[in-house]
Design a protein around this ligand. Structure first.
Ligand SMILES: *[C@@H]1O[C@H](CO)[C@@H](O)[C@H](O)[C@H]1NC(C)=O
Ligand SMILES: *[C@@H]1O[C@H](CO)[C@@H](O)[C@H](O)[C@H]1NC(C)=O
Ligand SMILES: *[C@@H]1O[C@H](CO)[C@@H](O)[C@H](O)[C@H]1NC(C)=O
Ligand SMILES: *[C@@H]1O[C@H](CO)[C@@H](O)[C@H](O)[C@H]1NC(C)=O
Ligand SMILES: CC(=O)N[C@H]1CO[C@H](CO)[C@@H](O)[C@@H]1O
Ligand SMILES: [Ca+2]
Ligand SMILES: [Ca+2]
Length: 613
């Protein structure tokens, strides 16, 4: 199978007629000939365990809660779940401060609970990926305790220690100007060792020293332990911060306007992020995963990496462009988070998608991340009217789809006051809490309309349940044949799995049909499937790019005047404000794909389709 992407930078223009407008800039990218591996077409569903389901009514979501909700994961047909950290932690940063990489935090349960979750998920053909936080440990980690106690001992060099001045008044002059993500100096003075240690995040999260080979080995042992346990891979947190400049040079000013000198953005992070040694470390981890897979003849163990950085750096996390060294199976593509915002137009959306596909080397698999525990929910970022359209975009585009829990029912940000908040980035300054807190996207999942939205049996949850749960909850939306965000989401996943079984659905083309309407086309010789999206607030009548023959509606947003199975005549679509729709041709003229198209249509439109043929 040869997969080819055709990329088009189309000017804003109304396209008419049957022929696809001649692309202004077109080139071909060949992909491997192999069948896609399990992860290449996967849907990864991120669970934030603390807020998913609280099985023992102590206010905190837990692993047994996830086990209870496996039917939901199975119902959606997600391929894999990645769990935000469940390891032992003082929870200064909700588990992103780990004090023991080998044990489960009692808040979440026990190793036996995880064992049961992994086994039961595997029975349902759902893979489990763990969040791995190598950028730092908790200051409660015994490595750090030992490092504080004995600078010349085994752990003395496990962290990044530097001499720093402390005057008679107790004022500490840090070794350089580096700033922490949570504000203020990235250096913390430690009385006992009479030195400063580096913390790129909270002071309670000291950075590990990856220049120390013992640290590298210790972390590799952690990875191997969990692979042997039976998990299916890792999501590697904040890997951009593994290494710092070995000369500890001051960072230059960013000169971003209106940024205080205590704020992380005050400096340009040329010496504390994405250092060259980082990529090599990621490539070594990939080798470890691959050799485990090979030795044990297991399914591929997958690694995904999180970095908020330039496209060039992001792609380096995938590996070298000639493939001689490989890194993450995929490095998160955050373009839907960082490159577009409320009020976006067709050009913005096109640029956001093409920047990615345009730069990704052909040997690598694309991915689309819509949200996560660090950013506002889609309904809040773009507006509730865009919920289905964004799920549709991430499902439709080629490669991996990543969904944050709650997005399948279109949850909005919850309501959290500064006093109720937990995010260490925000709770120290209540005047900016509303802007900086990540708690709003972390409120408990809305299962149903009972007490606490079904999160638990009434104990006060660690973050308040949003008042919106009566209007937006899974039970209400999970009614057969009801037009709901959840049913749209499920149809999309079913549609994806069928697309992934069709060969040569290779070309991706984007065309502007009007100032407000974009058409994204995937096609092979026989099949032509499109997502048509009206990003604007007005009704639109557009002539879409099509081949000869009939077109049929596959999936619509909830406010569409079309239903799945409807025919579209004359290549003209009437779209409601914000409507997005997936359509495809029905005429199949020979070729090996005919049967697949047929089975696809039967699957997708079930009853309706039978009458077509
Ligand atoms: C620190 O570690 C070194 C090397 O293991 C050891 O010789 C020394 O006794 C230790 N010092 C303390 C105070 O524990
Ligand atoms: C799998 O292979 C690795 C070597 O890459 C080995 O260390 C490990 O023990 C094996 N694990 C299992 C469960 O067989
Ligand atoms: C692959 O790319 C790397 C880095 O650009 C280069 O050093 C290496 O020689 C290349 N290898 C091959 C086989 O092209
Ligand atoms: C934060 O938002 C809440 C709810 O909208 C509002 O009541 C409160 O005044 C805001 N706080 C600040 C400091 O702006
Ligand atoms: C990108 C990023 O900030 N990732 C994580 C790194 O660690 C901090 C502190 O634990 C987390 O808050 C971040 O989410
Ligand atoms: Ca609990
Ligand atoms: Ca670091």
């Amino acid at each position: 199978m040869k997969i080819v992407f055709v990329f088009v930078f189309s000017a804003i223009a109304v396209v008419s007629g049957l022929e696809i407008e001649k692309p202004k800039n077109e080139y071909l990218l060949a992909r491997n000939d192999a069948e896609p591996d399990w992860w290449q077409t996967a849907v990864f569903y991120q669970i934030y365990p603390r807020s998913f389901k609280d099985s023992d009514n102590d206010g905190i979501g837990d692993i047994r809660g996830i086990i209870d909700k496996l039917p939901h994961l199975y119902d959606m047909k997600v391929t894999a779940v990645w769990l935000s950290p469940i390891f032992t932690s003082p929870q200064v940063d909700q588990g992103y401060d780990i004090s023991d990489y080998y044990s489960i935090d009692p808040d979440y349960g026990t190793l036996d609970d995880l064992r049961e979750l992994v086994d039961k998920a595997h029975e349902l053909d759902i893979k489990i990926v763990l969040d791995f936080v190598p950028n730092h440990t908790s200051d409660q980690h015994e490595w750090f305790q030992e490092s504080v106690n004995n600078a010349t001992g085994e752990f003395g060099d496990y962290y990044v220690w530097r001499d720093c001045e402390k005057d008679e008044d107790g004022i500490v002059t840090p070794p350089n100007n580096w700033l922490s993500h949570f504000g203020g100096s990235a250096w913390e003075y430690n009385e006992e060792r009479d030195q400063c240690y580096l913390h790129q995040f909270a002071a309670a999260q000291p950075d590990l020293n990856f220049n120390n080979p013992d640290v590298v080995t210790a972390i590799e042992l952690v990875l191997t332990y969990w692979l042997e346990f039976g998990i299916d891979g890792f999501r590697c947190d904040a890997v951009g911060y593994l290494f710092e400049d070995p000369e500890f040079r001051d960072e230059p000013l960013s000169n971003i306007p209106d940024v205080g000198e205590d704020e992380h953005d005050y400096l340009d992070h040329i010496y504390t992020a994405d250092q060259p040694q980082t990529y090599d470390m990621i490539y070594q981890w990939r080798e470890l995963l691959d050799s485990f897979t090979e030795t044990n003849q297991s399914d591929t163990k997958v690694m995904m990496t999180e970095t908020y950085t330039s496209i060039e750096n992001t792609l380096l996390y995938y590996g070298l462009s000639n493939g001689t060294r490989k890194g993450a199976h995929f490095a998160f593509n955050f373009n839907f988070i960082t490159k577009i915002a409320k009020g976006f137009n067709v050009e913005d959306l096109t640029a956001c998608i093409s920047e990615w596909l345009d730069n990704l080397p052909s040997i690598y698999t694309s991915n689309w991340v819509l949200g996560n525990h660090d950013v506002n929910r889609v309904a809040t970022r773009f507006g509730t009217e865009y919920i289905d359209a964004f799920n549709m975009l991430t499902a439709f585009l080629p490669g991996v789809m990543v969904t944050y829990n709650g997005e399948e029912i279109g949850m909005e940000n919850g309501e959290v006051t500064c006093e109720q908040g937990h995010d260490p980035r925000a709770i120290n300054d209540c005047s900016t809490f509303n802007e900086t807190s990540r708690d709003f996207a972390r409120t408990p999942f809305h299962w149903d309309n009972t007490t606490n939205a079904g999160f638990n049996d009434g104990a006060t949850p660690w973050l308040p349940v949003s008042e919106k749960y009566l209007d937006v909850n899974l039970a209400d939306q999970d009614v057969r044949a009801l037009s709901s965000h959840y049913n749209v989401y499920k149809e999309l996943l079913q549609f994806r799995s069928t697309l992934s079984r069709m060969e040569d659905l290779d070309e991706v083309t984007m065309v502007s049909l009007s100032d407000n309407v974009i058409q994204i086309i995937r096609q092979n010789k026989a099949f032509h499937v499109s997502l048509v999206f009206n990003v604007g607030e007005d009704e639109e009548a557009v002539e879409f790019n099509h081949w000869e023959g009939d077109y049929v509606v596959a999936i619509t947003t909830i406010d569409s005047s079309y239903s799945s199975g409807d025919f579209i005549e004359n290549g003209t679509l009437f779209l409601n404000p914000y409507e997005s729709i997936v359509i495809h041709n029905t005429v199949v003229s020979g070729g090996p794909s005919a049967i697949q198209v047929l089975s696809y249509l039967v699957l997708l439109c079930s009853g309706v389709t039978m009458s077509l043929f």
